[in-house]
Structure formats: C-alpha cells, structure tokens
Design a protein around this ligand. Sequence first.
Ligand code: DGT
Ligand code: CA
Ligand code: CA
Ligand code: ZN
Length: 581
Amino acid sequence: MRITNAEIAQLLSEIAEYLEMDDVPFKPRAYQKVADVIESLDEEIVEIYKKGGLKAIGAIPGVGISIAKTIEEYVTTGRVAYHEELKKKIPVDLRSLTAVEGLGPKKIKKLYKQIGIKNLQDLEVAATSGKLAEVEGFGVKSAENILKGIEFLKTSGGRLILGDTFPAIAHIKEELEKIKGVERVDIVGSARRKRETVGDFDLLVIAKDSQPVMDFFVQMDEVVHVYAQGETKSSVRIRSGVDVDIRVVSKESYGAALLYFTGSKAHNVTLRQLAIKKGLKLNEYGLYRMKGNKEEKMVAGDTEEGIYNMLGMTYIEPEMREDMGEVDLAQNHRLPTLIEYDAIRGDLQIQTNWSDGSNTIEEYVDAAMQMGLEYIVITDHTKRLTVANGLDEQRLLEQMKAIDAVNAKLKKEGKRFAVLKGSEVDILKDGSLDIADEVLRQLDVVGASVHSYFNLSRELQTKRIIAAMENPNVDIIFHPTGRVINRRPAYDVDMDAIIDAAKRTKTILEINAFPDRLDLKEEYVRKCVQKGVLLSIDTDAHSINHLQFLVWGIGQARRGWAEQSNIVNAWPVEKMKKMLK
Ligand code: DGT
Ligand code: CA
Ligand code: CA
Ligand code: ZN
C-alpha cells in the first residue's frame, strides 16, 4: 500500500482536531501546521522516507521528533495507534463534520457526548428535529446555520478542488510517460481548462501500442476501482476519491482528440456548427471536407492549431473554451492575449512565522528566488486576528527593520531580489482598519481583508469594504468575496459596487491563488478586465510550499480573460510601485 501525502495530512489534521477537543495547548497547532505543509509538498513523503528515513521526515519544516515518528508509523504500518486511541474515545466522522462551516472540534465533541452525533446524517436529523437547538451553547440560530452549511456541502456536488487533487493526476501522467512506446500524454477535460473544480480527470495518450498503457493504468497502486477496461479507453477511481478516464489515440487524430476531450462541451458544439456552415465536419478524429453526406478528405486533425485555422479562426487557449463569446472573437482575430504562466514577477501576499505562517522571511526569499520571482511582499496578519498571532504597530515596525536587514544582506551578496514591506490588515466591522494610518503609510503594499462579521447585510458589507478602499493607504483588497470553495459561500456583497469603487479609488482587487479560494472568481475577473480595474495574483502562502499555487491563480486570471497589462505583479516592480497609492 502506498500512502499519499493527502492521506498523511488528513491523519495529522484529525489528531490536531482531537487534541483541540481536549483543550491541549500548542500541540493541535503544531500538528495542523505540519498537515498543511505536507499537503502542499511536491515530493511524496513515502519517497522521502524511503530515501532518508526518520531523519529526512524530521527535516521537513515544523516536524519535531514525535510527529516524525507518527508519520513513520503511518507509512510503515498503515495505521497510527495514537490516532486510533483518540478516535475510540470520540468515534465520529471528523472529516465530514468539520467540513460543515462553523462546526469546530469542540462543538463536535459536545454534540457527540450530549446527543450522540457521529456523522452528517445524525447532524442533519438533529438540526431539523430541534434536538440540536436544545444543546447548551447552540440554539435555533445555530441549528439554522448548520443546516445551511450541510445544504452548501450537498450542492457543491462532489466536485473536487483542482489544485488539491492535481498532484495525483500529475503523478499518473509522469508514470505513463515512462512506458515504452508512449509518445505523449496530456491532461485534458476541465483540468486543462483550469476550472476551479473537476468532476473527473481525463487523460489523452499517443502510443504505438495501447495494450501496455491500459494494463498499467488499471493496475496502478492508487487505483481502488476499475469501472471499465477497453482496448483504447479505460476508466478508474483512484484513492484520492477522483475518477480518471484515459484514451489512447493515433497521431493523425491527436489534435482533434485534444480539442474534443478538452471541451467544454458547449465550445465543441459551437465549433461543430461552425464547421457544418463551412461544408466541413468536425469530430474527435479530425476535420473533414464533405461531399454530400460523405467525408471526402481529412483537412486537419493532427494539431489543434490546424483545426482552428482551417475553421478560419485564431487558436483559442483552453481556459477560454467555455462558449462565452470566444469563438466569435477568434473568427475576427480579436482574442485577448492572455497572461502567460511565467509572467508573474512577485508575490503580493505572504504570511511568515511572524504571524501564522510556517517559514521565515529568509526561507521565503530563497524559495521565491528559486521559482524565478524578482520580489515578494511580506504581509503578515495584524492584531485583531489574535488566533493568527497578528502583529500590532510595534511588531510591524520591528518587522520593517528585519526586512531592511534582509534586503541589505541580499544587496551585499549581489543578489537581485527585493523584499517589500506589506501587511494583511483586518477590516473592522465599520470599515476602519486595525492598524494606525501613520504605520500603514510606511509600508510599500497594504492589503486589507475581511476576516470577521461575514453575516452583515449586503448593504453594510458593501459599505464596509468600500470604506476600506477609501483609506489612502489601502492598495489591495485581499480575497475580496471571502468564499472558500466547497466550504462556504461568499459573504453577501454588491460586487458591481465594489468593482466600481475599486476603479474610482485606484484599489487593486486580488485573485487569491490558494486552490480552495480562487477569490475573485472568473466572472468577477472578467468584469474587472472590462472595466479596467487592476488585479493582482497572490498565493496567500502560509508556507514556502504554497508559493507554487501561483499557477492556479494565473489559470483563474486566464479564465477571466486577463492580459498581462491587467495584472500589476506581472509588471516591472518599479512600475507597479508607482501605481500603488
Ligand atoms: P468535469 O469532468 O465535469 O469537470 O468536466 P469535463 O469538461 O472534463 O467533462 P467530461 O469529463 O465529462 O468530458 C471531457 C471532455 O470530453 C468534455 O469537456 C468535452 C468532451 N465530451 C465528453 N462528452 C461529450 C459529449 O457528449 N459531447 C461533446 N461535444 N463533447 C463531449
Ligand atoms: Ca473531466
Ligand atoms: Ca471524463
Ligand atoms: Zn486572509
């Protein structure tokens, strides 16, 4: 059995949640931090352990000896005695219960002890029957909120978050590429279009012989169920809970197959209709000239470009293939030039170990330089966010000095990299900020965020955020709508008014690249692009491993048709600084 990083992260999170139930100090946070780090680690823990044993596990940031031993026990035996002990005391389905917005470990314990709630079903019954409202510390209002939370989970429809599940499919792609006779493997479907969630993954392969590909695919370690195995197509479920379809096609038809299986369905339908108008026929094998009802000749098919061009169009990037007007634009050769995946020069939102991040400023500098970035902005949380060890004015001033020191050292070493001073300031209920203006003024970049009072009325919430934008020090609104995919909807806010106010106050709106945020969502990105409101793409990193999330933010920006000129951190840093308030 091969234990994935996601499974290890889940186990450590559960231990953290059990410890939190018992009010154990510090430890829950330590376990949770390691879980976060492992979840976003590039390399498989199993591999790290194979190569370097317990010592290598202990070298992962934040991992002390006892957590290292826990991980070792899990990867070698498939179970952890300590976890089982904790679970015996409170045998609940933590994974699904904690997914309900507003339901933390302590409440889960209480509900189990007092009315025996073990899973979502029990919870829904108790919330509906009024039983839950009678538990001390709950009430009619919280029963309503819990029902809303359950409803939200149901409507998210089992789609998985792309960035969370992507490592699993990327791994399979790599393994397939190693098979003899395999010439090319592509991840297609919604993942290639960078949709924020995926229903399943789709793979397309060119291979001399399809048999070895199919055999390998259905027998992979991670496969838990085989739905179908055929000569050129198969379908399985893998351990991370997602289904994967695969097809092997011939080289001559590869472009047509890429186009077809990338979708979206709506885009394909529009292309086929266009083909018919031109006396052509498009299917997954190629583009054909028709004579009556007969295919006369294949006129394109080995590349997507060839097919688009034969249809009289410019190549359309996968992220735009949603039948939202892109086909028209392509026919008129007026498509936007989307921001490229390597265009981002700096990251504008990073939390270090000064607040709730796992790494030091220097560690972020090293990691960002390795990624080819030119600068980063340090934006630790501020004092209202006590759970995140937020900075007050005093510590913020100290941090500015620490950043000066890091920059001086970089300069001395002849390195062309800059650390900018920033902050993720809390927007208070009335729209004022939790840090004094005279301190904010000294920062290079001020981002402001809503982290409280999600339930304000639409009018008040909108007013509150606009008030923050009107502060002459606020450069960016971070994660502007507060939604967390598959977990909680956006707060009620008038986004048209926010976008207009952003334009008027010259405030940047963030596209948060964290896989489960992607906040702004694409329709708002498009509105900003149309209205000329500037955007940034930031990782919101809480550990150096999160810096790699940039790709998801860029994907989201591209889905919203953003060009390089729309994204301030794709500009040279001096130009960006001039644009800031
Ligand atoms: P998903 O899996 O729900 O996230 O979304 P997709 O787009 O990956 O959809 P999926 O996996 O059902 O199919 C992959 C692609 O194959 C889809 O984007 C377009 C193509 N396709 C599948 N079925 C049909 C169909 O019935 N008609 C057309 N035109 N295309 C199809
Ligand atoms: Ca799919
Ligand atoms: Ca599929
Ligand atoms: Zn935040």
